[in-house]
Design a protein. Structure first.
Length: 156
């Protein structure tokens, strides 16, 4: 279901309920206050692959390290507990903030042109990134280092 979740409380509730069947959603908390969301999506256990996405943060959570920590925790679970071989990320190709944040730890794989419809029918090009199990030890070090430094750098 594709709705503009930011249009109203009712639209947000409709979107949130739709996530129950298509994703494994997680709230992002900053000092105990819910300020965002991220999910496992497109889980393909037969291929040992999943996507992390549908991420959003309230602007007051930007720069707090919340998104970095969420990615670290989800990647850690994916590789160390679930034995995944690949975790994918995709973002709007026009979203420079998100692309810069992903590029700090994930491998850019290209742009899928006219990949999907968003925001009430608008066509979106999607930039794809991934982390594979071979990359995980170095990626884990990068993400932990960012958290220790206060997650400086572009925020998604």
């Amino acid at each position: 279901m594709r709705v503009r979740a930011d249009a109203s409380r009712k639209a947000f509730h409709e979107w949130f309920e739709s996530m129950r069947t298509t994703a494994l959603p997680f709230a992002t908390l900053v000092d105990g206050v819910p300020l965002g969301h991220t999910s496992y999506l497109n889980v393909r256990p037969e291929d040992r692959v999943a996507e992390i996405g549908n991420t959003w943060l309230a602007s007051r959570a930007w720069g707090t390290g919340a998104n970095t920590e969420a990615k670290l925790l989800l990647l850690e679970h994916a590789f160390e507990n679930e034995g995944l071989l690949r975790v994918e990320f995709k973002t709007d190709a026009a979203n420079e903030r998100s692309r810069a944040a992903l590029a700090q730890f994930a491998e850019f794989e290209g742009v899928f042109r006219k990949h999907m419809l968003v925001r009430g029918g608008e066509r979106r090009d999607s930039a794809w990134y991934s982390v594979i199990d071979d990359d995980w030890p170095a990626v884990k070090t990068v993400l932990r280092s960012r958290l220790e430094r206060g997650a400086s750098g572009p925020k998604a």
